[in-house]
Design a protein around this ligand. Structure first.
Ligand code: NI
Length: 135
């Protein structure tokens, strides 16, 4: 029997956003989102979890240096010090913590493989986080 393990690596980036549904009036947006309609920033923390069989020879589930490189190139470089509302991935999507988790999943799934990517956890701050484990 092959042992299976989950490994998680933590990343951080700082980004700005505001909550706005483009099809809505300013009043409707304010009613739904309040002060979140005003541009502001967060220091986001992202935990990327991969899961799979442990290689009997190396004792590793995956090369976590590779995981670090892939997430840094694909996610951190793209979003650090970015205006999330201006990123095409958030066109027509409110950049909530939920949607950020989904966008990060969609960026990483082709690079890490759906059989290996297990969970994206995005912290907006230490008291609020969202988990996404695929559709
Ligand atoms: Ni915010």
């Amino acid at each position: 029997m092959t042992d299976v393990a989950s490994s998680t690596r933590r990343f951080t980036f700082s980004a700005g956003h505001r909550y706005q549904v483009d099809a809505w009036s300013a009043t409707e947006n304010e009613r739904a989102f309040g002060r979140l309609t005003i541009p502001h920033g967060h220091n986001y923390t992202v935990d990327v979890t991969v899961r799979g069989p442990i290689d009997a020879t190396t004792g590793m589930m995956m090369d976590l240096a590779e995981l670090k490189r892939v997430v840094a190139e694909t996610v951190v470089e793209r979003f650090d010090h970015a205006d999330l509302n201006a990123d095409p991935l958030f066109r027509g999507k409110v950049p909530t913590t939920e949607n950020i988790a989904i966008v990060i999943w969609d960026l990483l799934a082709p690079k890490l493989g759906l059989e290996r990517l297990a969970r994206i956890r995005v912290f907006e701050d230490p008291t609020l986080w969202v988990d996404y484990e695929g559709a």
